[in-house]
Design a protein around this ligand. Structure first.
Ligand SMILES: C[S@@+](CC[C@H](N)C(=O)[O-])C[C@H]1O[C@@H](n2cnc3c(N)ncnc32)[C@H](O)[C@@H]1O
Length: 206
């Protein structure tokens, strides 16, 4: 097991969903941006580093039905699956490290809240973008939320790389065109605040 997997499995084995700084009752901005990216309820959507978040619950409630959640922690995905109950069987739960994962289908929407920012090594970021390019449909869209330049420098005790839409555009390369970027102030369960940015890109035709 990699150090990364051990770290995250341990987090999810020892903390409840509302005991982690990134917990959100309702992933409202993610839902809003996913709807804007693709309102078709048959769109294939993947949540990268989805952890135990309530995004899958919210998307199912919104009648999206072609969903996948990828995370390197099996404990995280088990927690989400148990919470969702019977409806979870409609979701594809993928235990993998996004930097080495081999996608087997194309996704219309790629969503990532607070996973990409853990990739502080440029080789890992390049590997992530390579997986993204092989997984995203020709006209697909990408939503990446990270700590913003004025956000925290660590998360879950790990260093992070903060981003804005310019640095993300540079990471994704010219094949991806910025559609919108939004600032978001996340309130942790203990009422501190964290500056996030959410950027949405579309893959350019051709
Ligand atoms: C801060 S949490 C965010 C979880 C979720 N996206 C949310 O918004 O609640 C980061 C998540 O990314 C996952 N993660 C970190 N590095 C990863 C990697 N290389 N591949 C897949 N998942 C990863 C962790 O296991 C964890 O669940």
């Amino acid at each position: 097991m990699s150090d990364r997997t051990t770290h995250w499995d341990n987090v999810y084995a020892t903390k409840g969903e509302a005991e982690v700084s990134w917990f959100q009752d309702s992933p409202a901005l993610s839902i809003e941006m996913i709807r804007a990216a693709n309102p078709d309820r048959d769109a294939a959507i993947i949540d990268i580093g989805g952890g135990a978040s309530r995004l899958a619950d919210a998307l199912l409630q919104d009648n999206y039905r072609n969903l996948a959640v990828l995370d390197l922690s099996a404990n995280a995905l088990d927690a989400a699956r148990k919470r969702i109950g019977a409806a979870a069987s409609a979701v594809d739960w993928i235990v993998a490290d996004v930097t080495t994962w081999r996608p087997v289908k194309a996704y219309d929407v790629w969503h990532d809240r607070a996973a990409f920012h853990f990739l502080t090594d440029p080789r890992d970021r390049a590997a992530y973008v390579e997986r993204l390019r092989s997984a995203i449909a020709a006209d697909g869209q990408v939503i990446i939320a990270t700590f913003a330049p004025d956000g925290p420098q660590t998360c879950s005790g790990l260093p992070v790389q903060r981003h804005d839409s310019t640095s993300l555009s540079r990471e994704l390369g010219p094949e991806f065109e910025l559609v919108e970027t939004r600032g978001d102030t996340h309130r942790t369960p203990w009422h501190s605040t964290q500056a996030f940015q959410f950027s949405r890109f579309r893959r350019r035709a051709g």
